[in-house]
Design a protein around this ligand. Structure first.
Ligand code: SF4
Length: 134
């Protein structure tokens, strides 16, 4: 894979994840998502499986208008979209290799851990500000 293809894939993965997040708990049908992004179902499925493997979304087989498809829902909803935009996975050069049981794994990723801590601290700071106004 050349560098440009890798970047295109990351941009696409980011777009797919954003669209799933935007639908919230209702989720989005896989076919609807691919149509909106002009992807083939094969390429789209690959992206969804990647997000599922990283524990970011749930991919559930459902019957829609008599046809089997997958419904994609986010496993965790971010508090703000800016939070997701800062997620290191979105632009990570190792994302294609990253999996829970892979040699590169979210369980030991410093970038991911630092991002989670940073986001947590920001949420706590905002909550403190809200509480102090009461
Ligand atoms: S290596 Fe870390 S930053 Fe990269 S995709 Fe995996 S968890 Fe995300």
């Amino acid at each position: 894979m050349n560098k440009d293809n890798g970047k295109d894939n990351l941009d696409l993965t980011s777009k797919v994840y954003k669209m799933i997040i935007e639908r919230g708990k209702d989720g989005i049908y896989q076919s609807e998502l691919w149509r909106a992004l002009g992807l083939t179902s094969r390429d789209g499925s690959r992206l969804a499986i990647r997000l599922e493997k990283r524990g970011l979304i749930k991919r559930e087989k459902v019957l829609d208008k008599g046809r089997w498809t997958y419904k994609l829902t986010p496993l965790k909803l971010p508090i703000q979209m800016e939070s997701i935009e800062r997620c290191p996975c979105i632009t990570c050069e190792y994302e294609a290799k990253c999996a829970p049981n892979g040699s590169v794994t979210p369980f030991t990723c410093d970038s991911l851990i630092n991002w989670v801590i940073q986001e947590y601290e920001e949420v706590m700071k905002n909550e403190e500000q809200i509480t102090s106004k009461d």
